[in-house]
Design a protein around this ligand. Sequence first.
Ligand code: SF4
Ligand code: SF4
Ligand code: SF4
Length: 325
Amino acid sequence: MAEKPKVAICWLGGCGGCDEAVVDINEVILRVVDAVDLILWPVALDFKYHHIEAMKDGEIALSVINGHVRNSDHKEIAELLRRKSQLVLAFGACACFGGTPGLANLTTKEDIFNWVYRDAPTVVNPKGNHPQPKVSVDGKELTLPEFYEHVYALNQVIDVDYYLPGCPPPPDLVVNAITAVLEAKLPPKGSTLAPHKALCDTCPRNKTKPAKIAISDIKRIHEVEADPNSCFLVQGILCLGPATRAGCGEACIDINIPCRGCFGPVEGVADAGAKFASALASIIDVEDEEEVKKSIDTIDDVIGYFYRFSLPSSILGKKDLKKTI
Ligand code: SF4
Ligand code: SF4
Ligand code: SF4
């Protein structure tokens, strides 16, 4: 019997939601398990990294990696899987762009450690201990992964072949991606395995947009009762649909929540936040610069809103992303 292709699924610095998304494909998982030899899936199977180290380079057909890279452990695992795999799929917003944890790049490692181990009101740490990569206890050396200064998207650490965005990716796109791999019907290397258009192009509310949107007041969803049938932007509610890739099936829009951008930038756009800022600037209907500033100032946490899932891989984020690993 021909050997089945070996597949690894691995979780770096994510929340676990992307691993759940693999299970969310329901009965298709049985077809997958039948068609491939799962040789690593730490959340579900008891394989060890030394089993992977013992394999030949390129022996794994596909590694599906979710989560961002924040410490030396993540980097080591990503590099190991890259070496052993013919293909690497960045799975989910954290792996593709840095994800929501990437907003930590707005602060420093020192500030994070000070808060977590010293300043948070719930912390009791009279000796002021901070985790160290190496520490000696009773003459024995103990080690911990090194916590990096920045959060990295996967392709900032290893070469990535394909991208499947979403927080987490939806089941239909997961199934399509798996089928494309199993049937060797993959698009060119570097492709995103999701539609190449903007969410607005597939959104049922797009038809409610007038030829020109003009808003003078920017609102956030919790401040108003949104009309469930009309475009959020027309209602003055921030919705990142114009700058976000389609493919989620309008998951948030369907439950009357505007898009926050988890599918990352539209094809050909390097920076989702900048694209959305420019879309927003074109619909703000105020006279002078001062008024524009006043409107923008009504948005709490502009960077957090525009770059919620993509700061490390954005032009803005990269500017500050000194190579520290
Ligand atoms: S992309 Fe979303 S669901 Fe996946 S690991 Fe990151 S935060 Fe969790
Ligand atoms: S801005 Fe939002 S609500 Fe309006 S069409 Fe685009 S995705 Fe839909
Ligand atoms: S609507 Fe936007 S934030 Fe919600 S799932 Fe789709 S891409 Fe992600």
